[in-house]
Each structure stands twice: as structure tokens, then as C-alpha cells.
Design a protein around this ligand. Structure first.
Ligand code: SF4
Ligand code: SF4
Length: 75
């Protein structure tokens, strides 16, 4: 079983809430704008992510998801 962490970059409005709440300081805002003109969040240190899902819960735009897949690699 593999856990897949995904940020839907084009849904993100760069509010920074997820960056602030991450207990492991995994997230940062990109320096490149998305299709809506916002600086989206991304996992700057994915190796530190503990998959706690606090960022998913906090995101007002439901842009972050953690899913399970039976295969070895994320889609
Ligand atoms: S799942 Fe938890 S540790 Fe991983 S980026 Fe989100 S808040 Fe941080
Ligand atoms: S909380 Fe959601 S909208 Fe805000 S920066 Fe994070 S992913 Fe983007």
C-alpha cells in the first residue's frame, strides 16, 4: 500500500494556511504562479511529511489530498 500526497496546484490560492499549520514544516509557497495568478503551496521537504493530513483539513479550497493506492507508485 502506498500513500499518495497531492496538491491540486491550480485550485490553490496561495493563502499559506497549510504552510502555517504543518507540524513538520514540509510546505512552502512556490515562486511560480499558477493558472489563477497565485503562488501555490508545494512540498519543499516531502521526506519529512508524516501524512498527518492536517494540511488537507485546513485547506479552504480542498486542494490537498492524501490517497491510498494498492500499487507501488502514485498515479
Ligand atoms: S500531511 Fe501533515 S506533515 Fe504532511 S505536509 Fe500535510 S500537515 Fe505537513
Ligand atoms: S491551504 Fe490550500 S489554498 Fe491555501 S496555500 Fe495551502 S493548498 Fe493553497
Amino acid at each position: 500500500m502506498t500513500y499518495c500526497y497531492h496538491i491540486e496546484t491550480d485550485r490553490c490560492k496561495g493563502c499559506g494556511l497549510c504552510v502555517a499549520v504543518c507540524p513538520k514544516k514540509v510546505l512552502e509557497l512556490s515562486t511560480q504562479v499558477n493558472s489563477m495568478g497565485y503562488f501555490p503551496a508545494y512540498q519543499a521537504r516531502p521526506e519529512d511529511c508524516i501524512l498527518c493530513a492536517i494540511c488537507c483539513t485546513m485547506c479552504p479550497d480542498v486542494a490537498i489530498s492524501i490517497t491510498e493506492t494498492a500499487s507501488d507508485a502514485c498515479p
